[in-house]
Design a protein around this ligand. Sequence first.
Ligand SMILES: [Zn+2]
Length: 186
Amino acid sequence: MKRLTSIFIIILLLVGLGYAISFVQEEMAFREDLRQRPMPDRLHPFVADKRDQLVADAADLGISILITDGFRSAEEQDRLYAQGRSAPGNIVTTVRSGESYHNFGLAIDFALKLEDGSVVWDLERDDNGNGMSDWFEVADLGKAIGFVWGGDWRNFKDYPHLEMTFGLSITELQEGWRPEDVIGEE
Ligand SMILES: [Zn+2]
C-alpha cells in the first residue's frame, strides 16, 4: 500500500512538472511574440480621436489651440533629447527614444493659437476673458476626456503634454505590449 502511494505521488509530480514546463514554454513563446511587435508609426486612433475632441472642446470655450506634436519617431525623440544638451536650445524632455509615450503614438502636445495666427506657450493668458488661465482650462478639458497632463507631474513639469497610457508603463510598451484598438483604424 505504501509503495502504491509513493508511485502515485511520483506520477503526480511528473504530471505537475509536465504542466509547469509547458506553461513556461508558452510564456516564453508569448514574450518572444511580444518583442516582435513593431513600433507604431502614428498616433493611436483612439488618441487621435480624443485630440480632435480636445481641439473642438477648447474652441467651444473660445480657446484656439494648435497640436504641436503627436506621434514622434525614435529619430525625432533623440533630436529633441539633444536639445539643451549637445544641441542649442532649452531642455524640453527628460527622455530618450523609446522612453516617451509620444514614441508609442499615445501623447500629444498643445499650444495656444492667437487670433493673429501666432502660437504661444503662455500659462497666464486669459483671452476668452472668463477669469481663468486658458492654458489650464485646456489641460482640464484634456483630463476630462481621459488624458494625463504633464503639468501634474511632480518633477519635470511638461505643461504642453497630454498622454493616454491605457494602463501600460513605458517598460511594458518597450516589451511589446500595446493598447487594445479601442476604436477602428484611423
Ligand atoms: Zn509631450
